[in-house]
Design a protein around this ligand. Structure first.
Ligand code: NCD
Length: 325
């Protein structure tokens, strides 16, 4: 049999959303939709990835993304190994490439990588024979987060195209924002970036978005309000005067939310800083907030991505420099 199992997604890896075309995004979302439904049924386990090995290689802290990938791989019958920096030889000074080469020798099928440097996943992908999933590289991309956000929106609204989406807060340091901008743009939604001037990247307009430095203006009549975490750990220097001040002007509360469409969805990738970028009152609003659903869709999206990459592996070309050695 020489036919590729998932012909609509032919990339060997998932390193970012940038460059994907609508048919590819739709293929991933449609497959994830099947798993979203199955994950709500009593029978959640299957054999699609039986005999496959997934390595979670996390150089940065993560709770929900790592466990989400782990659960996703388990539900498909794969073997999963978790490697975190603290317990690995990276702590002893081994380089990213050495680690990759070592892991590659164990013949994994999929490597899930999170790293503090932009481009780390792409670099790794050149050095290994397996498929690589970028689980977040610096402030660059976090493709599975954008896919799970898109799936959450699509399930609630039935579509992505034509929607007005406000991405609010610390856009500058956010890989979630970057992946979402690419995905929403390519799927025909319109993106507004909303935040204080120092936290909006210069030249953001070139990404095909509108920029608002006033949250009340930015939220007017939007369909989706996507809040971002203030990423203190990536900030050097003072980006805003105080947390209180930030909440007053850019925190999502009832009053600012009232400017969005009456049924606008409230989203946040987590972890949330309650009382900083979002008020608990709106975060926990059962009617409007889909924050828990985002976590739920995360497992479904990761199942789809793991399955598709593993199934297509024998039909996609490796660019690994190892094989040529
Ligand atoms: C995001 C991340 O790590 O980029 N979180 C996540 O994946 N759950 C967003 C964040 O850390 O703010």
């Amino acid at each position: 049999m020489n036919t590729i199992p998932f012909p609509d997604y032919r990339h060997r890896h998932l390193l970012g959303i940038e460059g994907l075309v609508p048919i590819e995004v739709t293929a991933l979302l449609d497959r994830a939709e099947i798993y979203a439904q199955r994950n709500r049924s009593p029978d959640k386990f299957s054999e699609e990835m039986r005999g496959r090995t997934v390595i979670n290689l996390f150089f940065e802290n993560s709770t929900r993304t790592r466990t989400s990938f782990e659960l996703a791989a388990h539900r498909l019958g794969a073997n999963v190994i978790n490697m975190t920096v603290g317990s690995s030889s990276v702590a002893k000074g081994e380089t990213l490439i050495d680690t990759a080469v070592t892991l590659n020798a164990m013949h994994p099928d999929v490597l899930v990588v999170r790293h503090a440097e932009s481009g780390a996943a792409a670099l790794l992908a050149q050095k290994v024979n397996c498929a690589v999933i970028n689980a977040g590289d610096g402030a660059h991309e976090h493709p599975t987060q954008a896919l799970l956000d898109a799936l959450t929106i699509r399930r609630r609204r039935g579509k992505l195209s034509g929607l007005e989406v406000a991405i609010c807060g610390d856009v500058l340091h956010s890989r979630v924002a970057r992946s979402n901008i690419h995905l929403l743009n390519v799927m025909g939604a319109h993106v507004r970036l909303v935040g204080p001037r120092p936290l909006i990247p210069s030249g953001a307009q070139e990404l095909g978005v509108d920029v608002f430095y006033d949250m009340r203006e930015g939220l007017k009549d939007v369909d989706v309000v996507m809040m971002l975490r203030i990423q203190m750990e990536r900030m050097q220097g003072n980006f805003f005067p105080s947390v209180r001040e930030y909440f007053r002007y850019f925190g999502l509360d009832r009053e600012k939310l009232a400017l969005a469409k009456p049924d606008a969805l409230i989203m946040h990738p987590g972890p949330m800083n309650r009382g900083v970028e979002i008020d608990s009152d709106v975060a926990d609003d059962f009617e409007r907030s889909v924050i828990r659903e985002q976590v739920e869709m995360g497992v479904a999206v990761r199942m789809a991505v793991l399955e598709i990459l593993a199934a297509n592996l024998d039909h996609t070309e490796s660019t690994s420099t190892l094989e040529k050695r």
